[in-house]
Design a protein around this ligand. Structure first.
Ligand SMILES: C[S@@+](CC[C@H](N)C(=O)[O-])C[C@H]1O[C@@H](n2cnc3c(N)ncnc32)[C@H](O)[C@@H]1O
Length: 220
C-alpha cells in the first residue's frame, strides 16, 4: 500500500504501540497501513459521517483486517476507551481539532496531529493541556504545506513562546528544508506586496512586522 506524502508523514510519526485510533478516518487508509506494517496491533477507525465510515469498513474488509480494526461511528473521541495509546487526528481544521480534543473524556499518551489550518491554536491546546511536542515534520503536496506534530502527555507544565506556537518548536530547531522553503516563499510574497505598496506611497505596518519575523526565524 503506497500512501500519499502527507499520510506517509503522519504514519511515520505514530509510535509502535498496541492500540491507536484514527479520528475522522474517512477512507480508513491510515489504520490499515499501520496494521499491515505491524506497527500497531489494534485500531479504532472513527468517523462522525456514516458515508465516510462505510468507505473505511469496505477497505478494512478488502484487507481482511476486521479482527484488528474496529470501526466506530460517532463524534470525536467520546466513545474511545482510555486504554488507547495513540490518537491520530488529521486532515481537518484547527478549530474542529481542538474542539474534538477538548471534548475527549480522556487524555491519551500520544497525539499525532495534522491540522490543515490554525496549527498555532493546536500547539496552544497542547501547551495548556500538558502535552510536550516531541517531534514535528512538514511535507509539501498538491501545492500545500502540511505540518505534523507528535506530542506526548506529561505531568510537567509546558511553555511555548509566540514564535514556537506559530512556527513549531521542533521545526524551528530542525530548519527542515521544506519548512525553510515555505518561509522563503512567504518572504518573497510579502516583500513583493510591500514593494507594490511602497510604489503607491503606502505602508502596512503589520506586513512589515511579519517580514521581520520571518527573516528572524529563517536566519537565526
Ligand atoms: C478531510 S477528512 C480527513 C480524512 C483523513 N483523516 C485524512 O487525513 O486523510 C475529514 C473527516 O473527518 C470527519 N469528521 C469531521 N468531524 C468529525 C468529528 N467530530 N468526529 C469524527 N469525525 C469527524 C469527516 O466526516 C471526514 O471523514
Amino acid at each position: 500500500m503506497i500512501l500519499s506524502k502527507r499520510l506517509q508523514a503522519i504514519a511515520n510519526q505514530v509510535p509502535s504501540c498496541k492500540t491507536m485510533a484514527d479520528i475522522g478516518t474517512d477512507h480508513g487508509i491510515l489504520p490499515i497501513y499501520l496494521c499491515l506494517n505491524h506497527r500497531i496491533n489494534q485500531a479504532y477507525a472513527c468517523d462522525i459521517a456514516p458515508k465516510s465510515l462505510n468507505k473505511a469498513i469496505e477497505k478494512i474488509k478488502k484487507y481482511h483486517l476486521e479482527k484488528q480494526i474496529t470501526p466506530l461511528l460517532g463524534d470525536g473521541m467520546k466513545m474511545l476507551p482510555q486504554s488507547v495509546e495513540s490518537i491520530v487526528i488529521a486532515g481537518m481544521g484547527g478549530h474542529l481539532m481542538t474542539k474534538i480534543l477538548n471534548e475527549s473524556p480522556h487524555f491519551h499518551p500520544h497525539l499525532i496531529l495534522q491540522a490543515n489550518t490554525h496549527m498555532e491554536m493546536v500547539r496552544m491546546w497542547l501547551m495548556e493541556n500538558q502535552y510536550v511536542i516531541v517531534d514535528e515534520s512538514i511535507v509539501f503536496e498538491k501545492k500545500q504545506y502540511y505540518e505534523i506534530i507528535h506530542a506526548k502527555k506529561t505531568n510537567e507544565s509546558i511553555f511555548y513562546d509566540d514564535f514556537a506556537l506559530k512556527y513549531g518548536p521542533i521545526l524551528m530547531q530542525k530548519k527542515d528544508p521544506i519548512w525553510l522553503q515555505k518561509y522563503h516563499q512567504l518572504l518573497i510574497t510579502y516583500t513583493n506586496i510591500d514593494r507594490q505598496l511602497q510604489q503607491s506611497q503606502k505602508k502596512d505596518v503589520k506586513l512589515l512586522q511579519k517580514i521581520e519575523e520571518i527573516k528572524k526565524i529563517v536566519q537565526d
